[in-house]
Design a protein around this ligand. Structure first.
Ligand code: OSB
Ligand code: MG
Length: 369
């Protein structure tokens, strides 16, 4: 097999409901889809970089530049076919994890399709369904937040995460706990606090949370370690964990007790698997984070979440939690018990609908050797 053509498309989709984190409110998402063609097959990947450098320093524009000028040429020049070839070929380029991961995911899909197996099989997956969860943004009022959570619980979700920031944290947790005393609940600050907030953050111990995700800045393993020493609630790191090395350092320093793996943040599943395996060997539970992906990226996440050490509920919800119409057929649905079934067809096991993709496309480019 030889890669014959690579396509990059920039797409935009409107959310069914705005999404607000500690870095702002958004009504739609701009992202890239990568298609890799070989031997009559097409592998699909999603680049989760957003239009603005808020979650990380990457954007759709930096990702396009890095893909076009470095990653795609490396694939053609070094006759890359497998994700492992690709990992070796692009390792020398610093950073740009999301750009790297989008193309690597397309190669994973292609490889699984070439072997006629679901992608979960290549990852050594051990389950056919995964526990779903919803990540709820900051709302205009606590009443709105409670109503949205109640709606998701009616839909059948069993685990809720709420976004927090200074001014929307202790009261928000108190309100949610007051109304839903037994709910599996966790919070995510996306780095909105600093070490001066340690005493304040300790108040969150009162709410029986599953975890507090990323209270401090991505680079700040040291202050996370200080906080974890003083806090009962497990800290989960998201933005701070960039590769196996940072995962090990966070573990050795005591900066967290849980890790969230996002394939885009760590530059692909070759690296993601190393983090997974390190965590498994050290008894650190992991779960699959989300970046409000289209069905293509989310189908990838479903396969990733089948790996043995993905033991906590994920930020993986059904298509209709994000979009009026997803890009894929069949759409992802929530099953009884708050789980999602992992697609069983070859590769990602869902079909991107070309017409829906075209309607969402802002621009596209084709690359050949
Ligand atoms: O920190 O987990 C995060 C979305 C965009 C950027 C960062 C995060 C998120 C989410 C969404 O929480 C989770 C999902 O995809 O459902
Ligand atoms: Mg997070």
């Amino acid at each position: 097999m030889k890669i014959e053509r690579i396509e990059l498309a920039l797409l935009k989709l409107d959310y069914v409901h705005f999404f607000e984190t500690s870095f702002g409110r958004e009504f739609d998402r701009t992202f890239m889809i990568v298609k890799v063609f070989a031997g009559g097959l097409c592998g699909y990947g999603e680049v989760v970089a957003a239009a603005a450098p808020l979650y990380s320093s990457e954007t759709t524009t930096t990702a396009r530049h890095i893909l076009k000028d470095y990653l795609i040429p490396a694939v053609f020049q070094e006759a890359v076919v497998t994700p492992d070839d690709y990992y070796r070929a692009v390792k020398r380029f610093r950073g740009h994890a999301m750009a790297k991961a989008g193309l690597e995911l397309a190669l994973w899909d292609l490889q699984a399709k070439a072997q006629n197996v679901p992608l979960s099989k290549l990852y050594g997956g051990v389950r056919s369904e995964i526990p779903a969860g919803v990540s709820c943004g900051i709302e205009d009022s606590l009443g709105d937040l409670l109503d949205r959570i109640a709606g998701h619980l009616d839909e059948g979700y069993r685990r809720i995460k709420i976004k927090v920031k200074p001014g929307w944290d202790v009261e928000a947790c108190a309100a949610v706990r007051g109304r839903f005393p037994d709910l599996a609940l966790q919070v995510d600050a996306n780095g909105a606090y600093t070490a001066v907030d340690i005493e304040h953050l300790k108040k969150l111990d009162a709410f029986n949370l599953l975890m507090v995700e990323q209270p401090f800045a991505p680079y700040d393993l040291w202050d996370h370690a200080k906080l974890q020493k003083e806090m009962k609630t497990p800290i989960c790191l998201d933005e701070s964990i960039l590769n196996e090395t940072t995962a090990r350092q966070a573990w050795e320093m005591g900066s967290c007790r849980i890790i969230n793996i996002k394939v885009g943040r760590v530059g692909g599943m070759v690296e993601g698997r190393k983090i997974h395996d390190f965590c498994r060997a050290h008894g650190i539970p992991v779960w699959c984070g989300g970046m409000l992906e289209s069905g293509i990226g989310r189908a990838h996440n479903l396969h990733i979440a089948t790996m043995p050490n993905f033991t906590l509920p994920h930020d993986l919800s059904a298509s209709n939690r994000y979009w009026r119409q997803d890009l894929i057929d069949p759409e992802i649905v929530l099953e009884k018990g708050g789980v999602i079934k992992v697609p069983t067809g070859p590769g990602i096991g869902v079909h991107p609908v070309e017409e829906r993709m075209r309607r969402a496309t802002l621009s596209s480019e084709v690359f050949k050797p």
